[in-house]
Every structure is written in C-alpha cells, then in structure tokens.
Design a binder for this molecule. Sequence first.
Ligand SMILES: Cc1cc2nc3c(=O)[nH]c(=O)nc-3n(C[C@H](O)[C@H](O)[C@H](O)COP(=O)(O)OP(=O)(O)OC[C@H]3O[C@@H](n4cnc5c(N)ncnc54)[C@H](O)[C@@H]3O)c2cc1C
Length: 465
Amino acid sequence: MWGLGRSLRSSLVPLSPWTLSLSHTGRSCHRASAHGANSALNFSDGKVFRLKSRWEVMRGLLIFQMCSFPTLVKNSEKLMGVSRRLLGRRLFEWGMRSTVYGQFVAGETLPEIQASMERLRKLGIRPMLAVPIEEDLGEGKTGELWYEQNEAIMMNCVDLSSLGGDRPMMQLKITALMSADLCKVLSGCLSDPSQRKALSPHSMVSIMEGEDSKFSFLSEQQNQHLQNSVRRLSRVGKHAVQKQVRVLVDAEYTYMNPALSLVTMAMMAQCNREEPWIWNTYQCYLKDSLRNLSQDLDTAVGLGLCFGVKLVRGAYMDKERKLAKIKGYPDPIQPDWEATNRSYNGCLDKLLDLIGQQGPRYNLIVASHNEESVLHAVRRMTDLGIDKPSGAICFGQLLGMCDHVSLTLGQAGYLVYKSIPYGSVDSVLPYLVRRAQENQSVLQGIRKERDLLHQEWKRRLLGRN
Ligand SMILES: Cc1cc2nc3c(=O)[nH]c(=O)nc-3n(C[C@H](O)[C@H](O)[C@H](O)COP(=O)(O)OP(=O)(O)OC[C@H]3O[C@@H](n4cnc5c(N)ncnc54)[C@H](O)[C@@H]3O)c2cc1C
C-alpha cells in the first residue's frame, strides 16, 4: 500500500540532529531521586527491565558499555569504516542492525517498522514516528522534486502512524517540505513590522486554499516555492486529520523558527478547530521561550483554535552559541542548565494550569528524559486532577534511551511515546556517530540505565526473583 520500504531505501537521509542529543550535561535520566516524589513512580527500580527480552537487556548493556569509552566513541567512524572493509557490506550491516541501529532506530522496511511499533505497544509505550529528513541553510535543492518526494514520504508516515493504536502521533520537520533558505528569509521578514503584517497565519491559509497571492518583498522564485510548500504542508495536515493522527512539528534553529511557527499556526488554523491535531514545539533553552509560547497561545485563542505543545529543552545549543559569537548577536540560549530548567518549569506550569482549567482543547507532551521534569508534571497532574488516560498530557522520550523512565510511566498508566526514527543503515549510522561524538556527556546520562540493566542481567544469571 505505501511502498514505504522501497521509498525509504532509496532515500538515504540523515537522522534529525537531536536523536542522540540527550544530555549536554549528562544530568538527564538520573537526576531525580524518584522515591517519595510520587509513591507510584520509581525510576530507580530496575524491575521494569524484566519486561525486556534477554537479548534486549544484553544489547543495551553492550551499547551503553561501549559508549562509556570516549576514545571508542571518538574514533567510531574510523572503526566502522575498517569493520565495513574487513567484514563486507552484508556482514557489517547485520552487525549494526543487531547493535547500535537495532537500539536506536525502528527499522527500514514497513514490516520492520511495524514490528518495532508492536514491540513498544506490548510494553505499554506508544510509537511516535519521526521521518529523519531535514535541510539546513545552503543545502537547498533546486526545483521542487525533492520536497515533493518528501511529501509522499510524510503521507506514508501519516498512514503508518495511523496503525499505531489510539491517539497516534508523528513528528514533522517543516524543512523537509520547505527550503531552509526560504525559512530563514521569512524569519527575517517576520522581524520587520511592516512585512510581519502581510505574513499572517491568515495570509498563509489563503495561499494554502489556492489564492495566488505574492509578497513584494520576496522574489518570484521564493513566492512560487512558498506557495508550493504551504500547500504541501496543508495536504499533509489534512491527511493527518482524516487519519486521526496528531502531527507534532519540530523546532529547529532560531534563524528559521519564526517561519516554522508561522506555517505551523496556519496549519493549526486549517486543522485545529475541534481538536488539537497540529502541535508546535517550544525549546526552553531559549531565553524567549516563554514569550514565544505565550504569544502563540494568544494567537491560537484569538483565532478560536485548539493548541498542542511539544515541550523540549532544545538540541542545537552548541551551534546556536557558536553562530551568535561569530555573527556578533546576543546568545539566544539561557546562560546555564539551571536557567534552562527554570524556563522549562515555567512553560510546563503555564501549560499544566491551562489544561487543568480548560481541558482537552490544549494538549501537551513533556518531551524530556529528565526525571525531575517528568515527576514535576506527574505531581501537578495529580494536584490539578488531570486524568492520565485523557491524553491531554503525555510524555515522550527517544527510542533506545531512558527506557526505565518510559517503561515506568507506561506501566503506571501514563500515556508515553517513544520518538522512533527510521531509515536505511547507511543513512542512519554516520548520523548516529556524529551525534554521539558531539554529545559525549550523554555517556554520563545513561549511566543509571546501564547500572539498572546490569542488575537485571545479574538477576537473570543468578536465577533470582
Ligand atoms: C520526543 C522528543 C522530541 C524532541 N523534539 C525536539 C525538537 O523538535 N527540537 C529540538 O530542538 N529538540 C528536540 N528534542 C531534543 C530535546 O530538545 C533535548 O535535546 C533532549 O531531550 C535533552 O533534554 P532533556 O530534557 O531530555 O535532558 P536534560 O539532560 O535535562 O537537559 C539537557 C538539555 O539542557 C540544555 N542545556 C544543557 N546544558 C546547558 C547549558 N549550559 N545552558 C543552557 N542549557 C543547557 C540543552 O537543551 C540540553 O539538550 C526532542 C526530544 C524528545 C525526547
């Protein structure tokens, strides 16, 4: 039906940059002492790993053990190159699929992806598919063909997600459907008050619905690409509504985020009248995250729309800081991790209160591996009387990471999703290597999970209950 396996095989695309960007600080997953915070949730109890197969426990241990050697991680690309030459492509792929790829990626073909989704479902965890296609500045493709092919892949992703049980969700990267260069130009225009007036969600909706408007501050080519792009987004959004799939739009770099929010709001205007089908992402490592969130909320309320939020800390810290330094503008990132935490809690509380007061017209996913953030949300849900299964508030972690958090939440009846990327081994591995190298402190962040897996392995070896 989808030809997904084939289309994915032929699209050798990199994974999204935050796949392994789990903990610049190494504090995630193992910060909070879960005891006492909420008697029902204990993230330090390795019992949840009893749900894993023997092979999954062993693989997790092996991978997290390997990751604890910085030299191995640093030289992993070279080591993989050598292994590929020595073992040949087929044996190398088999090895990778049994280890790193198997741990962090859902698969490549339709049956593989469906099997991954099914495994998660049996553990009480929901799949959230993420097509790993995106574009950065200067990578713009000529013509529309690449973006059109990506539209077909996103449509497939909607179809596949709709098989993922009740309240299915997927992630969407706007830059797969609209060039990053145009997103940057539009973001610049949005900072000019006169141009901002013209670039409203309303004007985007008109274009989505077929109006042939042109903006004088854009070139003919840019106008044409904008028209094609927003219509692609509109088609994906409408298809998702038809299939009852929630679409969570990813946040990317600050130089393109304003444009991403604009077209996301336009998608919301088309799709979110009755229910929040389209969600936006807010990165709390940004100094103006609360302001951006509040402004978008006001806009949504003004337009009579439902509103969904993916709340993250943010994945592009190092590059954002480097760019600010090179270009000489103020660093957009919070001064330190503690400030990011305060910002995260501020946004979280705002949304929790809103959902507590106004109910399911507002939805939130706490997309974090940070135990304190998760426990904070869980406690406030209880205080505010927000039902676990209502789905108004759910949780999200990345596939292969912090399973003790996801499994504990899932077993306790909270709605928890794993973001699951998919793609071919060739396209995915170089990316995973780069992410691991850029985020060496992630190695500390997974120490708790490694220790819990080790306990579980010992228990099985000794045949204890
Ligand atoms: C389901 C899901 C979807 C995601 N979608 C997106 C997305 O659309 N866009 C995106 O950008 N990211 C996304 N991410 C990644 C996310 O932004 C984080 O990079 C990642 O989850 C780590 O944050 P944490 O809260 O899990 O862990 P923690 O370890 O608690 O926090 C680490 C994070 O804190 C921040 N931080 C660390 N050190 C400092 C410092 N010195 N100063 C300021 N801040 C600091 C950084 O953001 C770092 O990633 C997603 C993550 C998940 C689980």
